[in-house]
Design a binder for this molecule. Structure first.
Ligand code: F3S
Length: 281
């Protein structure tokens, strides 16, 4: 059987880097914390727990001391969180995705230059909370066109617009259009990351070329659901599985080519497991 695994299946670059860093730190250090779960995947968090990695929801939960390692996840955190961790004297390992870090630097610099910062995204998402904390929360978060309509620019200030990395591009454009009508002095930085789009496009391409398609991911993961829909539209024999146990291999006996993709929080070992199982059938 011909098996094709999407190169973009599973973790994006930023999440992979963060997860790898946690495993690396866990193998070297005694007391390792992640600030919030490193990824929305219970198996990975459980596995890390067995290796001694604790999840702290707040800085207050972490004890002080140089022998404590705290890992900041790919979403990033506010500037204040770094300061609070430094005060505790802990060792900080920063796994903030470089694409998110870049946004921190932009808003910090532009705010210092006196510009009015607008973040297009979801205000309660940890990534957006982190971004706001790099311009002293002196920014406006806009998520909908209605909110954009209500936005009032400050007089004689240039507006600097950035976006949450996972924001929908079409919605971003619509909001920017509305804001552009409110001021002629606007600096727009499209900071949307294309990892999701690349994963979706590749999944569709492979599904079109395959007799059957396997999509691996959490039942409640919306990005996996989306991948499934894309593949299903391109290939009628598309199967959504969480782990290898959900796979009915009898179904695959008659297919000559099978494609595999996976949602953003699916670890590589699950993808590999499915791949080798299908290949040896
Ligand atoms: Fe992932 Fe970083 Fe993009 S965490 S989705 S590569 S911004």
């Amino acid at each position: 059987m011909d098996v094709t695994v999407a190169k973009s299946a599973g973790f994006c670059f930023g999440v992979k880097r963060a997860v790898d860093l946690v495993y690396e730190e866990a193998s070297k250090n005694q007391k390792v914390y992640t600030l919030g779960p490193i990824i929305h995947n219970e198996q990975v968090v459980e596995d890390l727990k067995k290796k001694g990695v604790c999840v702290a929801e707040t800085v207050e939960e972490i004890e002080p001391g140089q022998d404590i390692t705290v890992i900041i996840r790919s979403h990033g955190v506010t500037k204040k969180v770094y300061c609070d961790l430094e005060k505790k004297g802990v060792r900080i390992v920063d796994a903030t995705c470089p694409f998110v870090k870049k946004i921190h630097m932009i808003v910090q610099e532009k705010q210092k230059q006196g510009e009015q910062i607008v973040v297009i995204g979801n205000a309660s998402h940890p990534e957006v909370e982190g971004i706001c904390g790099w311009c002293d929360n002196q920014c406006t978060v806009i998520e909908t066109e209605q909110e954009a309509e209500k936005f009032v620019p400050e007089k004689e200030k240039r507006i600097c617009i950035v976006a949450q990395t996972t924001f929908n591009y079409k919605k971003f454009e619509d909001i920017v259009d509305i804001l552009s009508k409110k001021s002629y002095d606007i600096f727009v930085m499209n900071t949307i990351c294309n990892a999701t789009e690349v994963r979706q496009t590749e999944a569709g391409t492979i599904a079109r070329q395959s007799d059957a398609m396997i999509v691996i991911g959490g039942k409640h993961s919306s990005n996996t659901q989306k991948l499934y829909e894309i593949c299903r539209n391109a290939c009628a024999n598309t199967y959504f599985i969480q782990t290898l146990d959900d796979l009915d291999l009898k179904l695959f006996k008659s297919f000559r080519s099978v494609g595999i993709t996976a949602g953003a929080s699916t670890p590589n070992n699950i993808i590999k497991e499915v791949q080798s199982y299908v290949r040896h059938e």
